[in-house]
Design a protein around this ligand. Sequence first.
Ligand code: HAS
Length: 549
Amino acid sequence: MSKALTKIDRKDAKMVMAHLYVAFVSLAIGGLCGLLQVLVRSGKVQLPAGISYYQILTVHGVILALVLTTFFIIGFQFAAISRTAGTLSNGIRKTGWAGFWTMLIGTVLAATMILLNEASVLYTFYAPLQAHFLFYLGLTLVVVGSWISCAGMVAAYVKWRKANPGKPGPLLTFMSVVNAVLWFIATLGVAATVLFQLLPWSMGLVDRVNVAVSRTLFWYFGHPLVYFWLLPAYMCWYVIIPKVIGGKMFSDTMARLAFILFLIFSIPVGFHHQLVEPGIDPAWKFIQVILTFMVAIPSLMTAFAMFATFELYGRSQGAKGLFGWVKKLPWNDARFTVPFIGMLAFIPGGIGGLINASHQLNAVVHNTIWVTGHFHLTIATTVILTYFGVAYWLVPHLTGRVLTKKMNRLAIIQGVTWAVGMTFMSGAMHAEGLLGGPRRSAFSTYGDAPQALEWIPYQIAQAVGGAILFLSIILCLIIFINLAFFAPKGEEEFPVSEASEHAAQPSPVFENWKLWVGITAALILFAYTIPFIDMIQNAPPGAKGFKLW
Ligand code: HAS
């Protein structure tokens, strides 16, 4: 491979780093709020100066779940495209910068409103909770900025295809484009509720909104949102990890198929977040539960592919027996170990997801802190540890520095402390949830709830876990700052694996976008049209007709 492709161009690197700076500043702010939350929930700490629990909970959720992730993903995907499809053209790089600044202005607007306590509406901003209109405007800009950037990614892919007719797009570029297309389709839901409902309502132009419609539009977006977070982690697992361990990717075709299945099945499943809500016919909930189980399949395929990759590599190194390959893996390499901890967490995280999705079991766990435990295993461990693992080689690659032995060791300690902290925190959240402990509520709101005493030990365990996690965040920030500004100058590899020689060539059908987007649209229309019409026709008094409010 030519040098131009193995090292990311300096101008592209600058644009990617801008995204990563915002992501890691978000980690610092969001992490601090997380620590404050577990302390408040333990009942031992009160926030000063009249700051409300819901205000810091909103900062924590918005800044980590929406801002950190979006900036990291867009930066990483541009890096992946630049590395595998070649240096970005000036036009595409400018598009990337335009997306970046639009998202940043939006973030600052939304964050200012939250800090002024004008938008304590949590990261799901459900009506009838209402925020200042500038909060919604800020979020709109974040989404519009991400569209601009995703359009740039698609343009880079189209350019590559024109220059290489008949060849399959480079795998990391193909994966980035699937995620960009998923994002375009998913964000239509949140854009619709914000533009047609929440903005006019918060500006006083209308005096009510159809809450069922707004929650449905939100979750039409909310579930694919979690796969928008997950797919970059899977990009690392499928393509980068095999190279880091010294092996080869198990199957390029399987990776492409898994990504296409995510595109098709991740959107028409939002009702699994609304299983206990009135106003949706149970038959449609059932259909979306079935589709939810379909979207678990590409994750099971991914688990299979990862086991196969590890085992093939281990055996090539002489490993014997069922699990002999485990000993052959490079445990002292943070680029492998940190994402691997993320993989391990996805075993209980995924099982928890399947429990949540099982209609009747959902009634036991819904709106309890079990759900918070679930997403701290998935997004806040599986995904985020993979992002950290990526940052530990991507940042020095972009800044022309190296990950030293000392930083590598610190990075492993960071991953392990995260695992310990999260075992306490998320484990205690799952247990408290099974005892009925509510989510999204401060200690002071429990009042005389008779079970409240039972929850206390678990809340203390969460505070202990949260404090360990905060230390782990500090380690992560130290490593990031070192790699961005102080590590010795040198060349750090951007690892990209080749497919195994036994693997088949990917079929051109994977790049038949009309087919995949067509199937996705058909499934969305099938899963949503009738229940959506029902919601509008049977709206409560004052919200009749085709009006959304
Ligand atoms: Fe979820 C709620 C169902 C995955 C995030 N989820 C949430 C919320 C968030 C979230 C943020 O059906 C809360 C939203 C809110 O605020 O209300 N979730 C699922 C299902 C999956 C799932 C079926 N969730 C995720 C991922 C997330 C995420 C991924 C973030 C990135 N979730 C739900 C449901 C709710 C929900 C309900 C609503 C609950 C309610 O009532 O409100 C599936 O995608 C999971 C499939 C995963 C697997 C695991 C595969 C395992 C792998 C690891 C292999 C390990 C290796 C290493 C190779 C089948 C790939 C092993 C090596 C050795 C040596 C052992």
